[in-house]
Write a protein that binds this ligand. Structure first.
Ligand code: FES
Length: 100
């Protein structure tokens, strides 16, 4: 089965996911250091900005992420799957451009 390559910035951590895998689950299974807590879309600890790639979030109604944040390229890794290779950037809490 083909796999997708994931790169997490900063730090350039890389891992792979199989089509249909939840991204956070794949990262944890491969020993990647990613901050997370609830694994159900409600704590926002695993929020990243998509730099490139086709990333689909599921069950958005139950997640604490707004349609505007989705439009701005933000995704929760615990609720997302890939349809291509992807690059994500972890947002700094101090960045002014972080959507609320
Ligand atoms: S781990 Fe809580 S929103 Fe993803």
């Amino acid at each position: 089965m083909d796999k997708y390559r994931v790169t997490l910035l900063p730090g350039n951590q890389t891992f792979t996911t199989a089509p249909g895998d939840i991204i956070l689950d794949a990262a944890i299974a491969q020993g990647i250091q990613v901050a997370y807590s609830c694994r159900s879309g409600t704590c926002r600890t695993c929020i990243f900005k998509v730099v490139e790639g086709d990333v689909v979030m599921e069950d958005m109604e139950s997640c604490l992420i707004s349609p505007q944040e989705i439009d701005n390229g933000l995704r929760l890794l615990c609720m997302s799957r890939l349809k291509s290779d992807a690059v994500f950037e972890k947002l700094s809490r101090r960045r002014k451009d972080t959507p609320v």
